[in-house]
Design a protein around this ligand. Sequence first.
Ligand code: B1M
Length: 213
Amino acid sequence: LTLEERLASYVVEGTKEGLIPDLEEALNKYSPLDIINGPLMAGMEEVGRLFNNNELIVAEVLQSAEVMKASVAFLEQFMEKKETAVKGKILLATVKGDVHDIGKNLVEIILSNNGYQIINLGIKVPPEQLIEAFQKEKPDAIGLSGLLVKSAQQMVVTAQDLKAAGIDVPILVGGAALTRKFTKTRIAPEYDGMVLYAKDAMEGLDLANKLSD
Ligand code: B1M
């Protein structure tokens, strides 16, 4: 197998044996983020496909998630960090009913490496908890992540509840089940502030930077 194929296969197989030396080798060729977005994400896509075909069980997908998390944790130290003044404070959460957090945590790493203070509320965060945290932390924006189809709908409800609580700071949304169109036609009309869709963590950073300029 090529290096790229081996990296994807750690994720698919859910094994960490040999992972770190291969990640080190990959760093000679690629940036940390390119390793994540390239071979590691390709592995995750395959895991999703196999899971969908009932060829993997949840316990196995969890092993794959562990490999992804270990890789991101290792690669984080090699990521570019911009030493800037704090550009803004962002509340981050995976929405109610959803446990997927690898993408959200990647967004946290990238934003905090680039001058943002992140308050990460974790997973399965109901609107009430977001509102409470908003009142305590007074963030400049709120970031919502969700991977399940029902999470897209949950974002609509969350936007409605935030609006009802008088909140109108920009909301950044992302995650596999969402689209730019759904964001524009279904979430944004329910909210008074801006609602912005990011397809990946880097786009999330670009949008945050546009907001803070
Ligand atoms: Co689940 N899962 N899962 N899962 N899982 C999916 C999402 C699924 C598509 C797999 C499939 O069937 N093909 C499917 C959803 C189907 C649907 O709703 N249409 C699914 C399902 C069904 C489920 C369960 C219901 C399974 C079950 O129990 N029967 C269950 C749900 C439990 C729940 O949430 N209540 C479940 C559980 C799990 C595990 C716990 C085993 C594990 C998660 C572990 C964890 O996160 N700690 C897991 C995993 C790993 C996946 C897949 C395989 C991979 C997700 C992932 O981590 N990708 C996934 C299939 C797939 O996506 N290929 C799948 C890597 C990550 C870096 O990408 O999170 O998309 P992602 O983030 C991207 C962008 O989306 C974006 O940036 C990142 C890239 O830079 N982004 C943002 C994300 N959030 C953002 C926020 C932003 C900006 C950008 O701003 C705020």
